[in-house]
Design a binder for this molecule. Structure first.
Ligand SMILES: [Zn+2]
Length: 182
């Protein structure tokens, strides 16, 4: 899935290449296109009743993104034509859910990130949005990505910026002593 970013924090004059790539996930729970399909379908629900019906009908263990060999996907290009913000303020309790027209605030996104981390059994106190960049850089390097590839993904112009987000804490990882053939 290709996402056109426009002006952003990393590119306030919008001079960098405009496209961020969201690859299909190996599993539905790690699949960003699946998350986009589910979210856009929710935003396009006509009322609260339909929103709740969709929420309870979602099976989180199947791809809904149209990944090759799966169903055609929950949404089509026509569902993406809205000019409203993509990330919007939400309200939900056990019986009701509402998606507002206005965009979500940075504070609310931060709160959401910390809540998800706590649900995953992590201690959220030392984390914030920069942790997402740090996690990307550190894991991508562990998996063999070059600095150039990471610059492309993060739309960074300088290699030093990649290094700022490198949080390798395992002394043996990416350490040439491990390649001495001992
Ligand atoms: Zn998917």
């Amino acid at each position: 899935m290709l996402v056109h970013v426009g002006a952003s924090k990393a590119d306030q004059d919008n001079t960098l290449p405009d496209v961020v790539v969201l690859p299909y996930g190996e599993t539905p729970s790690t699949c960003a296109p699946c998350a986009v399909h589910r979210w856009v379908a929710l935003m396009n629900a006509v009322d609260r009743r339909q929103t709740m019906t969709l929420l309870y009908a979602y099976q989180l263990d199947v791809h809904v993104c149209g990944k090759a060999g799966t169903s055609p996907g929950l949404i089509s290009s026509a569902d993406l034509m809205s000019g409203a913000p993509f990330l919007r303020a939400t309200y939900r309790n056990r019986r009701s859910a509402r998606i507002h027209e206005q965009g979500i605030t940075g504070d609310a996104l931060h709160t959401m990130l910390l809540a998800r981390m706590a649900e995953a059994g992590m201690n959220p106190s030392a984390y914030g949005f920069h942790s997402l960049r740090a996690g990307h850089v550190t894991q991508a390097r562990r998996n063999g990505a070059s600095t150039e590839e990471i610059m492309r993904a993060g739309r960074w112009r300088k290699a030093e910026t990649v290094n700022v987000y490198d949080r390798e804490f395992n002394p043996a990882a990416r350490n040439s002593v491990m390649r001495l053939g001992l």
